[in-house]
Design a protein around this ligand. Structure first.
Ligand code: GRG
Ligand code: ZN
Length: 319
């Protein structure tokens, strides 16, 4: 267990993820490949080590995931397009200052084609809907400067239907509040300048109650703490300007205690196996909490704040 951030170890852990192409696990997670690249790159950015993965190879890999027929990106070369890897592709290109590689018109058309008459978004042409996909569409359109083509009223109306009596949001109308879904709905509303739909005090209370006596945060009542909620909960609190409502010293200690002091990386909780998902959301949480020497992260886009500033999209969140 360590009480400081083991930056060098985390950087080599992320670099090593690319060297295991013979592992079964590598192939079993191919549906998450492009998301994984975004998570790794964002973690490196937060630790001020963006150059630890080769920029040009990364951009070529992203472009090799483009599904020419659909117009969006798949998670892996030859995979069908889906809204989640499409957002990851756009995020990576934006961070690498390579958005000029995109066929903006076709990608925009693909994203807009996934909206249903109710205002919800499907993840792909096969239909499953979830507020996660609404966020992906809104964030992606905003990053490529095409939010003006979205029917904002219809999109907000669907998010409103997913709002619950406790002030939180679920994945679909009637589904229980969950911190991940609270993030996607708040962030999408923030991008569309519609935070007037949020009951600030009630939701901030619900979010603050996610902190457990051991300092970690859970995603909903009665559940276990998990490092990834350091991002899902904190980003939402940060958007509501209520970050001081949790005890940051205790949360910092909890995140640091989930590091692997030998191989690097961060796990969901102390003693578990590390993965890149919990590594990025652990360092993202530390950045939002103002941990020393980390690059500022934008809580809405989960990308470096200076990149969002460069794109003219920064709303001036105070961490
Ligand atoms: C660009 C940051 C970014 C995200 C893209 C995919 C997505 C958009 C957002 C995901 C939001 C979400 C629903 C996160 C929660 C993920 C999670 C830890 C789910 C676990 O749920 P359960 O029920 O676990 O397995 P609990 O903790 O409730 O026991
Ligand atoms: Zn988790």
């Amino acid at each position: 267990m360590s009480n400081v951030l083991l930056t060098d170890l985390h950087v080599s852990y992320i670099q090593s993820l690319d060297n295991h192409q013979d592992d079964l696990a590598y192939h079993l997670t191919s549906h998450l490949r492009l998301n994984g690249v975004y998570w790794g790159l964002t973690a490196l950015c937060v630790m001020n080590r963006q150059d630890a993965l080769p920029r040009d190879d990364m951009i070529e890999f992203v472009m090799s995931c483009w599904d020419h027929e659909a117009g969006g990106f798949g998670a892996h070369p030859e995979h069908d397009a889906h809204i989640l890897p499409t957002l990851s592709a756009i995020q990576i290109l934006a961070i690498q200052n390579a958005l000029d590689r995109l066929d903006v018109e076709r990608v925009t058309k693909y994203i807009l084609s996934l909206q249903n008459p109710s205002g919800s978004f499907s993840g792909d042409f096969f239909g499953e809907t979830d507020t996660r996909f609404t966020y992906c569409a809104v964030s992606a359109l905003s990053l490529i400067g095409k939010l003006g083509l979205l029917d904002v009223e219809k999109t907000v109306a669907h998010i409103r239907k997913c709002r619950n009596f406790d002030g939180g949001f679920g994945s679909s109308p009637g589904a229980e509040s969950h911190a991940g879904q609270v993030f996607v709905c708040c962030a999408a509303l923030a991008i569309m300048d519609r935070l007037d739909e949020v009951n600030y005090d009630m939701l901030a209370w619900w979010l603050a109650e996610r902190q457990l006596p051991n300092g970690g945060l859970n995603g909903r009542p009665e559940k276990l703490e998990d490092v990834c909620y350091s991002f899902w909960v904190l980003s939402a609190l940060s958007i509501l300007n209520k970050l001081p409502w949790i005890d940051s010293d205790m949360l910092i200690s909890f995140i640091l205690s989930a590091q692997d002091p030998e191989g690097g990386g961060i796990a969901d909780r102390p003693g578990d196996m590390v993965d890149v998902f919990h590594t990025v959301f652990g360092v993202a949480g530390l950045s939002l909490l103002g941990y020393p020497q980390l690059r500022d992260l934008d809580p809405v886009y989960c990308m470096p704040a200076d990149v969002i500033e460069r794109l003219g999209l920064r709303k001036g969140w105070k961490a």
